[in-house]
Structures are given as C-alpha cells and as structure tokens.
Write a protein that binds this ligand. Structure first.
Ligand SMILES: O=P(O)(O)OC[C@H]1O[C@H](O[C@H]2O[C@H](CO)[C@@H](O)[C@H](O)[C@H]2O)[C@H](O)[C@@H](O)[C@@H]1O
Length: 374
C-alpha cells in the first residue's frame, strides 16, 4: 500500500500487518433483472416530502448538489409518475435485488472464498432516532455469527470501534470503526479465517486523537443551544446528529459546526444520514479498510477471493469503488430509494440483509453436503 499517512500501532501482543496493492482479477458480474418496483416507487414518493427541504445555506446546497440522483428522482416524480416508474425500473436494472439474483451471485463466487464486509447502521440495524438505541436483533446477530462460520467477516462502521462491538458482540469478527480508521483483527478468529494467528491493530489517524477530542468538546459547547442535537464521539471522527433537530434550525446548526471547524483545516465535514460527519483529511476510508483487511486475512494478491460489501451510506461507496477497482466481488447497497451508487446489487432494508445472509449460509451448507455425497 502506498499511503504515507498510515500509522500502524503496535501495542504489546499485537503484530503489524504488511499491506500490498492487488490487481483486478476477474470481471464484475453484470446486473440484469428488474424487480421490486412497487415498493421502491412508494419510497420515491416519500422522498419528495422527506428530503432535506428548507436547509438553504450554501454549504448544504453544495452537499445537495453532490447527490444529483435524489434531486433528479424528485424532479422526475413531480413531472410524471410514469417517468418515475421508468426511472425506478431503470435503476433496478442497474442494481437488481441481491435476493432475486442470488443464484447468479453464488455462481460468480464458485471456487472462491467469500469474505463478508458489513456496515452497521442502516445495514445490520434499522435507522432509529437515538443513535445509542440502534440495537441489532438477536436474529440478525445469529445470522452474522452463522455467516462468519463459513466466511471471514468484518464489520465496517462510522461508529467508534468499541461502540459497534458493544452492539454486535461477536468476538470472532474483525472490526473497523471510525469509518475504517480503527481496525482490529482478532488473534484467533473463526476457522473461516485463513490467517488467524496474529492480532492486528491499525489506526492510521492516531495522531489526530487530541485534535478530535478538542473539537468534540468545542462542538458540544457550540451546538448546545440547538434543541435535539447530539454530538457523538467516534474516537477518530465525530458525528453531529440533526435527525431530532427542527428543520428550521438545520442551517444555523451547520453554521455552528463550520465555525468550530474553521480553526481545523486538517478536518473535513461530510453529510451522512441526517448527520454531519467530521473526520481527518487523511487518505483513508472504508475502501482502504477493506483492502487492508483482505491483506490481514491472507488474501493479498489472491485470485480466489470474492469480497461482498453490504452498506447503506455514502461512506460505503468508497468500499464499493474499491471492489470495482479490484475487479473482485461486488457491493450491495441497502436502500429503499434509487441512489447513485457503485454497488452492483441492492437490498431494501436490514431485514432483507438478514435473509440474504441466511441464504448464503444455507447455500454453503448445501454445497458442503452435496460435495461430501459425491
Ligand atoms: O457506517 P455506519 O455504521 O453506517 O455509521 C454511520 C453513522 O451511523 C450512525 O448514525 C446513523 O444511525 C443512527 C441510528 O440509527 C441514526 O440516528 C442517525 O441519524 C444515522 O446517521 C452513528 O450514530 C454515526 O455516528 C455514524 O457515523
């Protein structure tokens, strides 16, 4: 890996992983079918009323412009419902349901080791108002545990690593918190892991920790006059939640956040799902984390690896892009509305993610049984 900013911590008992770049190995599976239009059409209609209407400051306008598909979707719907139908069906052709394309997916993975990457919020747990209450169900936990028995599995989240671990509570998985800036590979993972003897900790934004803590305190202080706001410390990045803030106050809240960040040019501000996210400007993201994890798990320069990344957020796009660039595996976007995405397939919500994970386990168990019967 060529990134100069990567600082790999080496505390007692931890082994530093060496990372190298990989080349694309096989072509992307081409999406084909068109399914589930009705449900998504309803959501497109909701988008018209539930978008970020009214937040008209310059920063927000530019963020809105960075998501042209949403604006396009709303405009098409307003102009003509039949055009909206076409728009949705077109999107579904390009990003068909991973459930209806399940056979194609398993065929593409034949002879290769699937490695599973899972985002947390909006993927394993439904989006809720209070970020501290975003629990995953026991059924979802069982599905993730089962998947990790057959396929090395990593959770990749914007959350602080400890917090996402508290939600998932599966010690055998790899965890990448703070949008991939805090990676931990356990010393002894499940048998599905190829290289499971060494524990790894990678914290490429380590030197930003004092700055992030300072900015956290400043943001709590500066935004406390805004009812409903919640500032979350995710260790190497911060989240300012505005889901429970009156829309009329969104613009002034953005100004408050920007005023704090003026003094910190090495931090950047991005927009997630009703959340302003602050993180270091280092060249590290969920895509780099995915690449790093593949290396740690022993799949460097491996032709026979098939990574699947499932996520719902803009930050997951970096991982989708990484997979496209590598020409390995594919991304699955969790979304009820059409979004511009680098993912090949789609799932509508966490409950569909669970069904997909369960089907993968069933398929794997069935293929192991049929092999042993031959
Ligand atoms: O990468 P992720 O695991 O998807 O984390 C992204 C952000 O997720 C959380 O916020 C989102 O989920 C909350 C709970 O459902 C919701 O209240 C909030 O509006 C969403 O933006 C998390 O709290 C953030 O820190 C993460 O950055």
């Amino acid at each position: 890996m060529t990134n100069q900013n990567v600082v790999v911590q080496e505390p007692m008992g931890m082994v530093v992983a060496a990372v190298a770049t990989s080349t694309p190995l096989f072509p992307y599976p081409p999406p084909r079918a068109s399914v589930g239009i009705g449900g998504r059409r309803r959501c497109l209609q909701e988008l018209d009323h539930g978008g970020n209407v009214g937040w008209s400051n310059a920063w927000f306008d530019s963020m809105k412009a960075s998501s042209p598909t949403h604006a396009k979707a709303a405009a098409i719907l307003a102009a003509s419902p039949s055009m909206a139908e076409d728009y949705l069906s077109n999107w579904m052709m390009r990003h068909p349901s991973a459930l209806s394309m399940f056979e194609e997916i398993t065929t593409a993975s034949k002879g290769k080791q699937i490695v599973m990457f899972l985002d947390y919020d909006g993927t394993l747990s439904p989006i809720v108002e209070d970020p501290d209450q975003a629990f995953m169900s026991d059924a979802m936990r069982d599905a993730v545990r089962d998947v990790s028995r057959y396929f090395p599995t990593a959770i990749v989240s914007g959350r602080c690593r400890d917090k996402v671990y508290d939600f998932v509570r599966l010690a055998e998985l790899c965890y990448a918190g703070s949008h991939g800036m805090d990676i931990k590979v356990p010393a002894k993972g499940p048998s599905s892991m190829k290289a499971n003897a060494k524990a790894v900790l990678c914290q490429p934004a380590n030197k930003y920790l004092p700055m992030i803590n300072k900015v956290y305190k400043a943001l709590v202080q500066t935004t406390k006059s805004t009812p409903g706001v919640k500032v979350e410390n995710n260790k190497f990045c911060l989240s300012v939640h505005f889901r429970c803030v009156d829309e009329k106050r969104w613009s002034s809240l953005a100004d408050q956040v920007k005023s704090v960040l003026e003094e910190y040019p090495k931090l950047k501000l991005t927009l997630g799902r009703k959340v302003l996210e602050i993180r270091p400007t280092i060249k590290w993201d969920k895509g780099k984390a995915l690449e790093f994890l593949l290396e740690c798990l022993g799949f460097a320069d491996c032709k026979d690896v098939f990574p699947i990344y499932i996520g719902d957020d803009r930050t997951d796009e970096d991982a989708f892009k990484m997979l496209r660039d590598r020409g390995q595996g594919f991304g699955i976007l969790v979304s009820k509305i059409p979004k511009e995405t680098g993912a090949s397939y789609s799932l509508q919500e966490p409950s569909e993610v669970m069904v997909f994970l369960k089907r993968l386990v069933e398929w794997k168990e069935w293929s192991l049984t049929s092999c042993s019967e031959v």
